[in-house]
Design a protein around this ligand. Structure first.
Ligand SMILES: [Mg+2]
Length: 284
């Protein structure tokens, strides 16, 4: 008996699994099929606000059952990166539970004076006092770390400013450029791939955002699938110098595509099918 070909998925959440509190059709089925078939996957999010446990509870309320180990946040990627750069360091944090928790778990102390790093994530408790404190620490030599550079995030009530907007404020005030760890940074993309235990060519990134999910996947040499259930429209695609390998309206159609290929990715199709690539794969 030959072992099954190895492959797995890194799956963005917002705009792929759900929008706001609303589940996107096909998401529950796709994840259930991956679990039933022992196909490895991780959810990859640039939202640093929640812990992986918070994410699992939120998904469970929407009907998607996964374990903590299936969630990989930019807060975790940031904390692990810092621990590898400077073990047991200190951080001044503009952010919330997910980021604080990840830093603590990686052996970091969260401090108000003379930190090694100023670390910025998203949150709703942002104020100018924090910004002033952070600016002074950076000018005294603390390194500026961004969990991600997303300029904004969709909510039910419209866009809210993202972590990248807060980071731009600190960069402008200090003249110091931040180092960002979240998607599309290779730091997070590669760490997530290693979590899957797969090689580059065995890894597929599924996401709704060209600037993070698809760019990151393209840079790392992963296979890429763009879903149009989030922020990207087909008309947007010609603007980019890189392109996703497959474009589908949502995870529902990608699940159908996997069905047609015996639950292998289309580019691994066997004798029955030519590898399906790009738009012709789904008739978009
Ligand atoms: Mg998204």
């Amino acid at each position: 008996m030959h072992p099954e070909p190895r492959f797995g998925f890194l799956i963005d959440m917002d705009g792929v699994l759900y929008r706001g509190t609303e589940l996107i059709p096909g998401a529950e089925r796709f994840v259930r099929e991956l679990r039933d078939r022992d196909i490895p996957f991780r959810f990859l999010t640039n939202n640093s606000q929640r812990t992986r446990r918070d994410v699992v509870a939120r998904l469970a309320r929407m009907g998607i059952e996964v374990e903590d180990e299936h969630v990989y946040t930019c807060a975790m990627a940031t904390a692990r990166f810092l621990a590898s750069q400077k073990p047991n360091g200190t951080a001044f944090v503009i952010g919330e539970g997910g980021l604080l928790n990840a830093l603590h778990q990686s052996g970091y102390a969260v401090v108000d004076h003379d930190p090694d790093y100023v670390v910025v994530g998203e949150g709703r408790t942002f104020n100018l006092e924090l910004v002033e404190a952070a600016v002074r620490m950076i000018l005294k030599g603390a390194k500026l770390i961004a969990t991600n550079l997303d300029p904004n995030c969709p909510t039910q009530n419209g866009l809210r400013p993202g972590c990248g907007a807060l980071v731009a404020l600190l960069e402008t005030a200090t003249g110091v450029r931040a180092f960002s760890v979240g998607k599309p940074s290779p730091v997070m993309m590669r760490a997530a791939r290693k979590e899957l235990g797969l090689t580059t060519d065995e890894t597929t990134m599924i996401g709704d955002t060209m600037e993070t999910d698809i760019l990151g996947g393209a840079q790392l040499g992963f296979h890429t699938v763009l879903v149009l259930s989030g922020g990207t429209r087909p008309d947007d695609l010609p603007r980019y110098a890189y392109r996703p390998e497959v474009v589908v309206p949502s995870l529902a159609e990608f699940a159908d595509l996997m069905d047609r290929h015996g639950w292998r990715p289309p580019w691994r199709a066997g004798a029955n099918g030519k590898p399906a690539r790009g738009r012709e794969a789904v008739g978009v």
